[in-house]
Write a protein that binds this ligand. Structure first.
Ligand SMILES: Cc1ncc(COP(=O)(O)O)c(C=O)c1O
Length: 380
């Protein structure tokens, strides 16, 4: 996945603006990265350990284990949850593909269930229908920064003796029923890919959990499954976090809530600007959910045409995600066909991500709304 940044003069409103976000904390970043360089704590080390403590507290968890990406976080979390060859993991087809990769890396089979038609997150009733004797875990995604229906999914997991794992890769600082994203399930996973609400200056991820044994297992798996030096007790991985990313994330964590508040204000403003626009389905917020608006995703017919016409007016948009996972060529062997998960496929066909970042101005949002209105008018 690539991240769009402010491009040339032709772009009036970028999808995200990473350079501005970095500039706002540049002096603190320079100092923190300088400390890593001076101490040569390049891999794991004190900066990563400090971030782990801070982020565990932020998510309300006892333990946080820093890893090299969100994909590794999911992979190692599922291994720690006991997922292995022959197992099935029930998950959503409307997500970034890493959710599903992680299941496959464990030698298990992703079993998809359709999504809620309003929020696009895993539908608990559909997930329960997908449970079989082989199911080991449920893997739910807090899509676009909106928490999945995690209380009901936990109830499904409890009824069937399954582990619930929360893919909170897009949900830093989101809340459900007052609880932070990442505090649900047996383990939860985060990505700190640069475009995320909490983004590194490179690749990084984390697993959080309450369970000391699971935390110890993930900690071991990320570093070649060392129990002590030169004793490798199982198949291990190199999924260690760089010290520099620990330092960068330590600085940026202090600004996460302010950035999320700015996103919430921008989402509310979009709600007003788009309220009278026929043909636009605004993002739904479930009762009790307080999304962190990683993405602001509307739904429109003729999505690709609308996006192209908005681009002509200098407004960048994104599509997250145009091809549902069950229809990806990589998963052809699962034998799915169009129509298997109609709600997920509807999202894939109609979803359009509008520019969303903490520094977006009211003027830029008006430009986006005007471009969207004009793009829709052409269609009529
Ligand atoms: C829902 C979801 N899961 C997993 C990941 C994987 O994270 P990473 O790109 O850090 O490997 C991402 C990030 O792109 C994501 O959005």
């Amino acid at each position: 996945m690539t991240v769009s940044v402010t491009a040339g003069a032709a772009v009036a409103v970028p999808l995200v603006d990473l350079r501005a976000q970095t500039a706002a904390v540049r002096a603190d970043l320079d100092r923190a990265v300088g400390e890593v360089l001076d101490s040569a704590g390049f891999v794991l080390g004190p900066a990563v350990a400090a971030f782990e403590a801070d982020f565990a507290a932020y998510t309300g968890r006892a333990f946080c284990v820093g890893v090299d990406s969100g994909t590794s976080a999911l992979h190692l979390a599922l291994l720690a949850a006991g997922v292995g060859p022959g197992d099935e993991v029930v998950t959503t087809p409307h997500t970034w593909i890493s959710t599903s990769w992680a299941i496959s890396y464990c030698g298990a089979r992703p079993v998809f269930a359709d999504v809620d038609p309003a929020t696009g997150t895993l539908d608990p009733a559909a997930a329960e229908r997908a449970v079989s004797a082989r199911t080991r875990a449920l893997l739910a995604v807090d899509l676009y920064g909106h928490p999945a229906d995690l209380d009901r999914l936990q109830a499904v997991a409890d009824r069937h003796g399954l582990a619930l794992v929360e893919d909170a890769a897009q949900a830093h600082g989101a809340r459900l029923g007052g609880r932070p994203a990442g505090s649900f399930g047996r383990l939860a996973c985060f990505s700190f890919y640069p475009g995320k609400n909490l983004g590194a200056a490179g690749e990084a991820g984390a697993v959080v959990t309450e369970d000391p044994a699971l935390a110890a297992r993930v900690r071991r798996l990320r570093d070649h499954a060392h129990e002590r030096r030169h004793h490798h007790v199982e198949l291990g991985y190199n999924a260690r976090r760089d010290g520099v990313q620990g330092a960068v994330l330590g600085v940026k964590l202090r600004h996460l809530d302010a950035g999320n508040d700015a996103r919430r204000a921008a989402a509310a403003r979009y709600g007003e600007l788009l309220a009278d626009l026929p043909g636009v389905v605004a993002p739904a917020v479930a009762p009790g959910a307080d999304p962190c608006w990683h993405l602001y995703v509307v739904r429109v017919e003729d999505r690709d045409g609308v996006a192209a016409r908005m681009a002509d007016r200098g407004v960048a948009t994104g599509v997250h995600y145009p091809v549902p996972v069950h229809l990806q060529p990589a998963y052809a062997a699962l034998g799915h066909a169009p129509g298997d998960f109609p709600q997920a496929e509807r999202f894939a066909r109609t979803c359009l991500s509008l520019p969303m970042f903490p520094g977006i101005t009211t003027g830029q949002q008006r430009t986006v709304a005007e471009a969207l209105r004009a793009a829709l008018d052409v269609r009529r």
